[in-house]
Design a protein around this ligand. Structure first.
Ligand code: SDX
Length: 434
């Protein structure tokens, strides 16, 4: 159920001594927009907005963010409440179907996920083909795209098939991730078990072995499940926009999900969680408290950035970082371990939040700043951090894909540009060229 855009008084634009009126609207949370969909035909002008920081790509009813107030809600529910009271499978249902499930709906959805957790046996050969030390995000992107070869998608996708495919992806991304880890350490694959729920199943596939039982630590299960909840969606971020763009060409959903995984991999996006740990390890190895690193991050001539800091939308705190920091504290205190990297992270945050460079640029810890410390405390290897981000984000990506597919109309994404290259010139034979 979506709320229609509220029309506001039209905007007037004067160009080349001519006036144009452009419709304006407000969304349910008061966000205002100028509709420029007819700008080029009316005026011959296009807009220029590198990185689309000022451009709304679509109307969406899935997630709402207020970057100034540090608000994040999935289908109207505050992230803090979902992180505390809900579970990842329930949040996945909320994102995909718009409502928290009833008991009966939850059982049906959870069973569907369990029953589709296994992947085609022939896919195992692919794992053997990857070179040792392959980054698991490369494996994940490849294997998810290859699902379209094992489970071909019919041209006409009826609702039941679509819902099954979405469940397959939410479930199998977890199996593929665990299998790629096991392959990378040369251990036998541990198959998903129908007896275990989503996150327990994942941790069991990651850490159990035929020769030793794996004792599920409830605090770690809870921390990883909360990690998945906090990463489940974030409106039109880079990878979700890639999913919508790939989906707008009517590419199959496995290719679309793989596009999301590839975009997420970048160190400025989902790859940041792995970079944060590497940054903290570098500072720890150097024996410093991070001050020198912060000075480097502020230096325009240095490529260093304070990883896990800053956000395109949050110009105040990232609510997810606050939840993760608390969870981190709890996990480390419970284990009775003090992680020097956590101490360095807290020190970095303290220094940065008193430094005018970060304050004036509104750079605060984002979701990636503390998330890696939780994964590290849970024994997840660093190169799997972004893979876990992808597992969490899968329901969000698929919710956006479905929303686009069933929207008013599926318009192929095709932005314009301002050309600044060579004007017309004619071909010269090679012996004529200087
Ligand atoms: C995610 O969009 C989403 O919703 C993403 C995400 C999601 O859930 O999907 O929230 C997940 O991707 C979180 C972000 C993870 N990335 C990082 O932690 C990498 C480090 N952060 C930066 O690369 C950066 O802050 C971005 C990419 C996150 C945001 O970049 P912006 O908003 O485009 O900022 P910018 O590049 O325009 O920088 C503005 C200024 C610049 O300085 P000046 O040119 O004004 O002098 O701030 C500086 C930048 O140099 N700056 C930083 C910095 N981030 C920005 N300086 C040092 N360290 C940083 N981390």
């Amino acid at each position: 159920m979506t709320e229609p855009l509220q029309p506001l008084s039209p905007a007037t634009l004067t160009l080349d001594d001519k006036s144009y009126t452009l419709p304006t609207y407000a969304g349910i949370e008061g966000e205002k927009a100028i509709d420029i969909s007819k700008l080029r035909t009316q005026t011959g002008y296009i807009t220029l907005d590198e990185g689309y920081g000022n451009t709304g790509a679509c109307e969406s009813a899935i997630t709402y963010i207020d970057g100034e107030k540090g608000i994040l809600r999935y289908r109207g529910y505050a992230i803090e409440e979902l992180a505390e009271k809900s579970r990842f499978v329930e949040v996945a249902h909320l994102l995909l179907h718009g409502e928290l499930p009833t008991t009966e709906q939850f059982l049906k959805f959870s069973t569907r996920l369990n029953e589709s957790s296994i992947i085609h046996e022939d896919m195992h050969h692919f794992f053997n083909g990857f070179p040792r030390g392959s980054h698991p995000m490369g494996i994940l992107a490849t294997m998810v795209a290859s699902l379209s070869t094992f489970y071909p998608i019919p041209d006409e996708l009826d609702s039941a098939t679509e819902i099954q495919i979405v469940a397959n992806l939410v479930s199998q991304v977890r199996t593929i991730a665990a299998f790629s880890y096991k392959k990378s350490i040369g251990e036998p694959l541990i198959y998903p078990s129908y007896k275990l729920k989503y996150t327990r199943n994942f941790l069991n596939m990651m850490f159990a072995s035929p020769v030793r039982d794996y004792e599920l630590d409830e605090d770690i299960v809870r921390a990883i499940d909360m990690f998945f909840i906090l990463h489940a969606d974030h409106e039109q971020n880079c990878s979700t926009s890639s999913v919508r763009t790939a989906g707008s060409s009517m590419a199959n959903v496995y290719a679309v999900a793989s596009a999301g995984i590839c975009a997420l991999w970048g160190p400025r996006h989902g790859g940041a969680n792995q970079q944060v740990i590497q940054m903290l390890e570098e500072i720890h190895a150097g024996g410093g408290d991070g001050t020198a690193f912060i000075n480097q991050a502020k230096d325009k001539n240095s490529p260093s950035r304070l990883m896990g800091f800053g956000h395109r939308v949050y110009k105040n705190f990232d609510p997810r970082a606050m939840v993760l920091k608390k969870q981190c504290d709890k996990l480390l205190n419970k284990a009775g371990v003090s992680d020097p990297l956590f101490d360095i992270a807290r020190r970095l945050e303290e220094i940065a939040l008193q430094d005018d460079y970060f304050i004036s640029r509104k750079l605060y810890p984002n979701v990636d700043f503390y998330s890696g410390l939780i994964l590290r405390a849970a024994g997840i290897p660093t190169n799997m951090f972004t893979v876990l981000f992808a597992i969490g984000r899968m329901p969000g990506w698929l919710a956006h894909w479905r929303e686009m597919l069933h929207g008013k109309q599926v318009t192929i994404t095709r932005p314009r540009q301002i050309y600044v290259g060579k004007t017309l010139r004619h071909y010269q034979d090679i012996d004529q060229r200087s």
